[in-house]
Structure formats: structure tokens, C-alpha cells
Design a protein around this ligand. Structure first.
Ligand SMILES: Nc1ncnc2c1ncn2[C@@H]1O[C@H](COP(=O)(O)OP(=O)(O)OP(=O)(O)O)[C@@H](O)[C@H]1O
Ligand SMILES: [Mg+2]
Length: 221
């Protein structure tokens, strides 16, 4: 769908409603990198390290081993330490990741970070600074964000998609009676990359996320 994956050094937003697999996507992005010898970092504002390790283990990804061997870093950012977190992320954390040599970074999720900002200007500045710092580090970054429950094709903050170079929308496909019948994804944008615009079914199974390669356009999303 992406003519060979995310462009190196880009910031890609993965957005979707709860349970669409954003955290799983982030973990999978890092484990596929680790399999190629690339160091990765998971900045978690939501789940703690043990929950992430347990999720990954379900899919057969030994992230605990990757952590102990030094190919993966899990950084837990406590949302309660609001101000300090914003400064930490914008400053030392990204520098630390650069020094660590992270080729892939995941921030799960920016929604919480956005809620911590005091106003619209604060949200903008946080997001732009974060994306800028990730780009400057040279790593390829996945930012996850919650979709707006009323308009699931956009993020709650309505900003992250402008900041990112690419946007992947994870969602529930619905039948004509409105019932959710499965999961499907779309690439909404990917700067400097020719990409598919089809709505593609995907599944979360024992191996993690697998996208159905057949170009089945489910039409409704
Ligand atoms: N082993 C598994 N087999 C099949 N499906 C699974 C498995 N593990 C998790 N899932 C599915 O993945 C979903 C969780 O994915 P994940 O936590 O990545 O979602 P999320 O988008 O990050 O959700 P949230 O917005 O709540 O953080 C579960 O609700 C479940 O439907
Ligand atoms: Mg999640």
C-alpha cells in the first residue's frame, strides 16, 4: 500500500477508535525494526512497561529480551507530571533517544499529551516541537492518536494529521445496517510517497496486525 513502507525519517500518525490496534501497531513497528537490527524506543503515556511486554508477548514478540539486550527502550511518561513531561519530551528524552541511536520511535499516544496542554496554542506548539524533535533525531516515528468518536476519520485534536508526514486511519468497517463488521485501514496521506487509497481490511491475530493484501474496497468505513 505504501510502495515499500514508511519513508525513512518521517513522522507517521496512526489514528483510530479504542481497540483498533494503535498500541499493537506501534509495538509491531518496533519489533519489525528490531528484526532488522534497528534500535527502537517506545514512549508510553498510557500503558506501563509490564502491560506492553504482556501485549507483545501475546503476539510472540519478546520485547523484554529486546529491552535487556539494549535494542529497545521503553520510556514510561507519567501524565500526572504534566509540565515536566512536556519539557522532558521536548528536551532530554529526544536527546536521550538520539544518543541511544533509535532508528524507530513510537509515541503512544499524543492525545494524552495534547490534553495536558493548556490551550490550542500550547497543543500546537507541543505537537510541532515533538514532531520536529523526532525528525531531527533522524528516526522514523509513529505517533498514535485517538480518533474523535463522533467523527472517527479525524483525531480528537484535529491537529496531529497536519503535523505528521503521513496518516494511517484504523477503523471499524460497518455494514449497511450500521453494525461493525470488521477492521479496515486507509492511508490518508504519505508525503513524497505514491500510496494506495483503498480501504483495506486488516486483522489482529496471533501474529499481530496483518493487512489483507487483496484490494478489497469495503466502501463504507
Ligand atoms: N491475541 C489477539 N488476538 C486477536 N485480537 C487481539 C489480540 N490481542 C489484542 N487483540 C485485539 O486488539 C485490541 C487491542 O489493541 P490495542 O490495544 O493495540 O488497541 P488501541 O487502538 O491501542 O486501543 P486504545 O485506544 O484503547 O489504547 C483488542 O481490543 C482486541 O480486539
Ligand atoms: Mg492503545
Amino acid at each position: 500500500m505504501l510502495s515499500g513502507g514508511f519513508p525513512a525519517g518521517s513522522v507517521v500518525l496512526v489514528t483510530g477508535l479504542p481497540g483498533t490496534g494503535k498500541t499493537c501497531f506501534g509495538l509491531q513497528f518496533l519489533t519489525s525494526g528490531a528484526a532488522r537490527g534497528e534500535r527502537g524506543a517506545f514512549l508510553s503515556l498510557e500503558e506501563d512497561e509490564s502491560a506492553l511486554v504482556a501485549t507483545a508477548r501475546q503476539f510472540g514478540w519478546a520485547v523484554d529480551q529486546a529491552v535487556s539486550s539494549g535494542t529497545l527502550k521503553i520510556v514510561r511518561l507519567d501524565p500526572r507530571e504534566t509540565k515536566q513531561n512536556l519539557h522532558r519530551i521536548q528536551g532530554e528524552v529526544v536527546k536521550e533517544l538520539q544518543a541511544f541511536g533509535a532508528k524507530r520511535i513510537v509515541v503512544d499516544s499524543v492525545s494524552l499529551l495534547n490534553m495536558l496542554a493548556e490551550d490550542e496554542a500550547g497543543r500546537r506548539s507541543t505537537l510541532f516541537t515533538l514532531a520536529g524533535a523526532c525528525r531531527a533525531s533522524g528516526a522514523t516515528t509513529v505517533l498514535t492518536a485517538e480518533a474523535d468518536p463522533l467523527h472517527p476519520e479525524v483525531t480528537r485534536d484535529g491537529l496531529s494529521e497536519y503535523v505528521a508526514d503521513g496518516v494511517i486511519l484504523l477503523g471499524y468497517s460497518t455494514a449497511s445496517d450500521g453494525h461493525r463488521v470488521g477492521l479496515s485501514l486507509r492511508v490518508l496521506k504519505m508525503r513524497r510517497t505514491p500510496h494506495a487509497r483503498t480501504v483495506q481490511p486488516y486483522a489482529i491475530g496471533p501474529q499481530g496486525i496483518t493487512v489483507d493484501a487483496r484490494a478489497v474496497d469495503l466502501g463504507r468505513f
